[in-house]
Design a protein around this ligand. Sequence first.
Ligand SMILES: C[S@@+](CC[C@H](N)C(=O)[O-])C[C@H]1O[C@@H](n2cnc3c(N)ncnc32)[C@H](O)[C@@H]1O
Length: 248
Amino acid sequence: MDACTNNFINKLLFAILSIIIGGISLGELVNFITPFHKKAKREYLPRMMDEKAKCMVIAKQYEFDYWDGDRRYGYGGYTYRPGYFEPMAKQLIEKYKLTNSPKTKILDVGCGKAFLLFEIHKLLPKANVVGFDISKHGLAGAQDEIKKDLFIHKAQDPYPFKDKEFDLIISLGTLHNLQIFDLKKALKEIERVGKKKYIMVESFRNEQELFNLQCWALTCESFFTPEAWVWIYKEFGCDCDYEFIYFE
Ligand SMILES: C[S@@+](CC[C@H](N)C(=O)[O-])C[C@H]1O[C@@H](n2cnc3c(N)ncnc32)[C@H](O)[C@@H]1O
């Protein structure tokens, strides 16, 4: 089966699942960051065999080692590559009809170094981009132009924003790092302050991908299938578009 057919079948299955689940409307399965995720090569077993439990403790601090230390602790050096996320920023702007106006507000929950937010800012300089994260080193690595719009905050704590203040909330690779009780708090806040929402988390579709994810993930607390994630979004009342990255 080619990638296009596979993608179509996945979308169809999710649409059917959303109808079966009923209740609040759910967004749709989207495909923004998967092409970027697929570019990296990962050796799963060597990672698992390399004192992984110790590496996880260090990674979960989300500070220097996680971002810019050895690959065994996280990114292995994460520096800004001009324009790298520009195609994705353009896709988000088009999909969510974001305009270059001071009235437009975009929030990134768990923005890290906020490289995607910066690409959005470059394309929509008049719009308000805001981001928060728990990592001081992450935020310090953001581009100077948007640093003033970033702050330290936990995804599960109440957000200092009004109801439906943001046109779009994005959260990439962050929410699977929360335990289920914090996930509920975060999703409720995201729903409260965002008109449209797009969330990407790590997931698995079969035993091999679960095994690979367990080998690779340093910080993940919530290991769920896509079906379980969709159930969680609905159960916790978050009407978001969603994407999953897999470890094939
Ligand atoms: C894989 S990184 C993704 C960063 C960014 N979204 C990106 O795509 O480049 C995961 C991020 O989640 C953040 N994080 C983990 N737990 C968090 C929490 N409870 N609240 C806010 N951010 C959190 C980490 O500091 C880190 O920046």
